[in-house]
Design a protein around this ligand. Structure first.
Ligand code: FAD
Length: 475
């Protein structure tokens, strides 16, 4: 039996801790906040509940296979998209129905959507065999030579969208998937565009009571498995000798020894602060920072007829929007807005006769003090844009709570404010993320900034992967 310390109670760290404890190791998890879950966090006010991070669960089997009991709810449609010209597209889960909807929306493109879906399905299957299944340091056992071509190597998400669609609105719809990882469709690898196939084939789910209930359910399993969880306890250092890690040092100054340390924190925070390593920090920095988000959480009077659980209200000029975020590094003048309303499927999320609206805008990581516009004025701009595109909330707002990138950086402990970890910048960037073994024996990395990347199912897969590496390495 070995002693393992997990730093950070995000989903990746929790899954890894759970599996190691179940294999009989003594596992202690340190979390600097008073609650487990990391980005699976929520905000409550006056009877309204809002998710501060994830709103959509894909591949729930990754979690239920761990023994997690989740009250899963499937929204009526995957998403409702509204474009700048006033047109709208509803993403139905059923692929045949979706192809028919795309054909109605843009005659001639229905067949192209079916081909795009088949590509996404093959890309996901190849990624699962070749990329997600193991650490990047050894050849995957079940990969096939054709898997390399299945992910459209060398193409960006936008390049892939151009291969399948001629209608610019459908390219914008495909491009949206790069933002799931805080990246630009003009720079992120095409493989990120396999996500819609995952949603259509496996569903896009909600957890009753809000997605943070997933973290509560995981916390329950940790307790059952005997993981010792220390909340409100920050790790300030991972001491090591030239060969291996020795344990952790806490903010209180206390030191604790361990046979293995699993860092479930941002790789940049690990190499910048906990175990300073300039070379590795530079390598992480070269990946480029992901975008951050500007969140408006609104308690809204009344119910909006026909409102979907998930909607996206697109900007008129997508290229300009991403150049604002990643090159000019200012919040977009004409932003795309994600609108989430879990009260559509779950009355517990808002008082009767009201709705909880999450409005999320992609903005640059970093300090809003450097923006050419004050956050409060930007909030008004976002609300005006929404009103101009058919979502007028004036007269119905009970309150709007604002979370800027600086607020979220502090809340999530996100290094440099890059809330999704490193960006996918360049067609081969997925292979350049930090691996799961650290530079000293006994040190491991898990979570959104390490292989295989961010998103709830992926960080959970990473947790499983790291647990098996620790087992493999321990005497
Ligand atoms: C706005 C937003 C929306 C998203 N939407 C979705 C979605 O709809 N679906 C989806 O699948 N994914 C979504 N994601 C991605 C998903 O939330 C993340 O990939 C995932 O939650 C990251 O998990 P993690 O294991 O990396 O840990 P994190 O959630 O990053 O947690 C790390 C934990 O470590 C703790 N910590 C940090 N430093 C220390 C220290 N020194 N000592 C002790 N503890 C420390 C932190 O407090 C935190 O609890 C979204 C992300 C964001 C930001």
């Amino acid at each position: 039996m070995a002693k393992v310390i997990v730093v950070g109670g995000g989903v990746g760290g929790m899954v890894c801790a759970l599996l190691l404890a179940r294999r009989g190791h003594r596992v202690r998890l340190y979390e600097r906040r008073s609650r487990l879950g990391g980005k699976l966090a929520e905000h409550r006010r006056d009877g309204f509940s809002f998710s501060l991070g994830p709103s959509l669960l894909t591949l729930p089997d990754v979690f239920t296979d761990l023994g997690l009991k989740l009250d899963l709810v499937e929204p009526r449609e995957l998403c409702h998209y509204r474009f700048a010209d006033g047109s709208a597209l509803t993403a139905h889960r059923d692929p045949a129905r979706m192809a028919a909807e795309v054909e109605r929306f843009a005659p001639g493109e229905g067949r192209n959507w079916t081909a795009f879906h088949a590509w996404g399905r093959a890309c996901f299957a190849a990624s699962r065999r070749a990329f997600f299944a193991g650490p990047l340091t050894r050849p995957p056992a079940h990969a096939r030579p054709s898997d390399l071509w299945a992910v459209a190597p060398g193409r960006t998400v936008d390049g892939l969208a151009r291969r399948f669609f001629t209608d610019p609105r459908l390219r914008q719809y495909v491009g949206r998937y790069a933002t799931y990882a805080g990246s630009s469709p003009y720079r992120a690898p095409a493989a990120l565009a396999c996500v819609p196939a995952v949603e259509h084939d496996h569903g896009g789910w909600y957890v009753a009571g809000g997605l943070p209930r997933l973290a509560d359910a995981l916390a329950g399993l940790l307790e059952k498995a005997g993981v010792e969880v220390a909340l409100d306890t920050e790790v300030t250092e991972v001491p090591a000798d030239a060969d291996r890690v020795l344990g952790v040092r806490l903010a209180s100054g206390e030191r604790e020894r361990a046979d293995a340390v699993v860092a479930g924190v941002d790789a940049a925070a690990l190499y910048g602060r906990l175990l300073p390593d300039r070379r590795r920090l530079r390598r992480v920095a070269r990946l480029g920072m992901s975008s951050s988000v500007f969140l408006l959480l609104a308690g809204v009077e009344g119910r909006t007829g026909g409102l979907a659980h998930h909607s996206v209200v697109f900007s008129a000029d997508y290229r300009r929007e991403f150049s604002d975020i990643f090159e000019r590094r200012r919040p977009p003048e004409d932003p795309t807005v994600y609108l989430g309303c879990s009260a559509v499927d779950d009355p517990s999320q808002a008082p009767e006769g009201a709705e909880n609206l999450v409005m999320l805008v992609n903005v640059p990581a970093g300090d809003p003090g450097r923006w050419p516009i004050r956050p409060e004025s930007y909030r008004d701009l976002v609300l005006e844009r929404l009103a101009a595109r058919g979502h007028d909330l004036s007269g119905r707002l009970r309150f709007v709570d604002l979370f800027t990138p600086a607020d979220l950086r502090d809340r999530y402990g996100a290094w440099g404010g890059s809330v999704y970890g490193a960006a996918y910048d360049g067609p081969f960037s997925a292979f350049r993320r930090p691996g799961n073994r650290g530079p000293r024996r006994g040190l491991y990395l898990v979570g959104g900034s390490a292989h295989p990347g961010g998103g709830l199912p992926l960080v959970a897969m990473g947790g499983r992967l790291v647990a098996s590496l620790v087992e493999e390495d321990l005497p």
